[in-house]
Write a protein that binds this ligand. Structure first.
Ligand code: 5RP
Length: 223
């Protein structure tokens, strides 16, 4: 039967990326179902004797990492990360990605930017020729909810959680938007210019490499 969750490919991409981890590294742990495969694979290497420490991009990933025996330290005490491994919702041939379906893109971007190397792991369903049609999540300061939504325009929809408005680990809101993405850099700059926008899911410069698995075959892209 077909694996509609692409779990085997997520795991294959995750294992390929985790093979880049070396002793004594500080590793950034991403968020989402694909990143969870990397956390488990890293936990197996730690159980086999690999000495590393990690920072997590979400409370869920920190909890999973600790369950897997990985030493997680507070990112607030960290200036630089050696290697970060994270998922993505879409990635193009130039390693430009859209992230944030899992709601962690602000912390993910902070950790990615502090990282000497940032690897995206994904199954082949995430691979796109252009990012032009994807939904872009925008993290919004709750105080600025209405003013930011007015600027983002009609496509912006506040994400809902199980109990009202979705809140990120930092207590912020997410507006899911559809923009004209024919000029990605201009859209990113515009979003960053809006007071009350704290982050967005366009990762245009942060990703150094990607491991993408399709039907069990892992392909590596380097920027
Ligand atoms: C979370 C993210 C995730 O990495 C992205 O949504 C991919 O998730 P998944 O691996 O579950 O498809 O950006 O903010």
């Amino acid at each position: 039967m077909a694996d509609l969750n692409f779990d085997a490919d997520k795991r294959a991409a995750a294992i390929a990326a985790v093979a880049e981890v070396r002793a004594d590294m500080l590793v950034g742990l991403g968020t989402g179902t694909t990143a969870a495969f990397a956390i488990r694979a890293l936990g197996e290497r730690v159980a086999a004797g690999l000495a590393i420490r990690a920072v997590a991009t979400s409370q869920n990933s920190a909890a999973l990492a600790r369950e897997c025996g990985i030493a997680v330290i507070d990112f607030a005490d960290v200036a630089h990360v050696d290697l970060t491994i994270d998922g993505a919702d879409a990635i193009d041939p130039h390693c430009r990605a859209i992230k944030g379906a899992g709601g962690a893109m602000l912390r993910e971007k902070v950790v990615a930017t502090a990282s000497r190397r940032m690897i995206v792991i994904a199954d082949g369903s995430k691979q796109v020729q252009t990012l032009g049609t994807a939904r872009v999540p925008v993290e919004v300061l709750p105080f600025a909810r209405s003013s930011v939504l007015a600027v983002l325009g009609e496509s912006a929809t506040l994400r809902m959680g199980t109990d009202g408005l979705y809140r990120t680990d930092s207590g912020n809101l997410i507006a899911d938007c559809r923009f004209d993405l024919s000029d990605l850099e201009a859209t990113a700059r515009w979003l960053e210019s809006i007071p009350g926008v704290l982050g967005h899911g366009l990762f245009l410069d942060e990703v150094d490499a990607a491991y993408i698995a399709t039907a069990g075959v892992v392909t590596r892209l380097e920027r």
